[in-house]
Design a protein around this ligand. Structure first.
Ligand SMILES: [Zn+2]
Length: 264
């Protein structure tokens, strides 16, 4: 069964990924993952970059420049394309993903638990607090994975970004949040890979030592990207150059649709 798991570690800058994430480095060293560094699109804010990651279009193309711009994404997202292809979709993610893909504004009593095949994200567990524990978030994702066997699953954690805002991007708290995310990946990723999933692990933007991410500096703009799984070979070969952040949606779409057509 074709499956793609997209893991988005919010607010993780490339230097922290390189220095604090031993599990992911071990996968790269063993040839089980390919690591790239991206320069994020602008502005380096979460909601605009969520839209970029899901559509492949820069925030300026989409007209989404602000975090408080709660509306549906004006272009089809990866989830829209997956549903059109008849694939099963799911997300354990911050509620802005529900607003971009499903319904805006977010209504907690209606949307926190989403089970509706007519929606682009058909199965969702959406949280609203930036300190929602990453461990619980990965548990939510695992529950969706086990219960609904999605072809496309988004796993979106927020604790690295939250630690950066509270203590800065060069703080013990930020470094520890990155280590803990790596530990959660070590707990879940080996099984997902063993069950035939392809994974993409990345971040939207980085974090400045001052505790914000609106600056045009490497700590903010440089983010990591890992590809895990043999299924990435064909889409990456077809791209023929190092990927950009605006390439991710098309790469994910190519992987999903290629694998689906092969399975059918
Ligand atoms: Zn943030």
């Amino acid at each position: 069964m074709p499956r793609l798991i997209l893991v988005l570690l919010d607010g993780l800058h490339a230097a922290a990924a390189d220095a604090r994430m031993g599990f992911m480095a071990a996968l790269v060293e063993n040839g089980d993952a390919v690591r790239h560094t991206l320069s994020c699109a602008l502005p380096p804010l979460s909601r605009p970059l969520y839209a970029t990651l899901l559509t492949g279009r820069a925030p300026a193309e989409l007209g989404i420049f602000r975090n408080d711009d709660a509306r549906l994404c004006p272009a089809p997202t990866l989830f829209h394309h997956a549903r059109e292809a008849g694939l099963v979709t799911a997300a354990a993610a911050y509620y802005w993903f529900s607003e971009l893909c499903n319904r805006a504004p977010f209504v907690p009593e209606r949307d926190r638990l989403t089970l509706d095949p007519s929606l682009p994200i058909s199965h969702g567990l959406f949280y609203r607090r930036d300190d929602y524990p990453d461990e619980e978030l990965f548990g939510d994702a695992e529950a969706l994975y086990r219960r609904f066997s999605p072809h496309l699953l988004l796993v979106h954690s927020m604790n690295i970004d939250n630690a950066g805002h509270l203590s800065g991007g060069d703080s013990a708290a930020y470094r520890q949040a990155a280590r803990e995310a790596d530990g959660l990946l070590a707990r879940h990723v080996p099984r997902w890979l063993a069950e035939g999933c392809a994974l993409c692990v990345t971040s939207d933007h980085g974090m400045h030592p001052d505790g914000w991410h609106d600056d045009l500096v490497d700590e903010v703009r440089r983010v990591p990207l890992w590809f895990l799984g043999d299924a990435w070979r064909a889409p990456l070969a077809a791209l023929g150059r190092p990927p950009r952040q605006t390439d991710l949606a098309a790469l994910c779409r190519a992987l999903l649709l290629r694998r689906e057509s092969r399975a059918s």
